[in-house]
Design a binder for this molecule. Sequence first.
Ligand code: HEC
Length: 106
Amino acid sequence: MSISRIAVLSALLLSACYPKTGVPPGPFSPEQIARGQARRPAVTEDSLEQGSKLFIAQCGGCHSHPDINAIALDRWPSILPRMVARTKMYSSANDMLGDFIAAAHD
Ligand code: HEC
């Protein structure tokens, strides 16, 4: 197999694994905050702000910021710790990012 064919194949494989790109959600509306709290009682405006900052700073470096709704809500709890482990964040980031996803997801 030629080198260029291998390059094309690996690019295709990578793009198939990579998350779909989206724009990080902006400030949360009262409805989104209530939706997040219904899903995760620990959600507060403060945890959402922290989660939002972490997501913007840490989750767009290797791949673009993922489209949160392109991943089913129930798949996120297994994905987040895997991604957080790839960064220098403490594992407590999982809670704030989990809160953030709970409010941001449709
Ligand atoms: C050090 C590089 C790196 C960082 C930082 C990183 N990712 Fe990833 N991410 C990857 C790679 C590589 C893949 C594809 C392979 C895989 O799923 O493990 C991926 C895949 C994903 C997927 C798709 C997983 C699936 O199973 O469909 C999502 C969603 C995702 N990342 C979200 C995030 C979030 C949220 C953050 C921030 C907490 C983050 N990533 C930070 C490298 C990274």
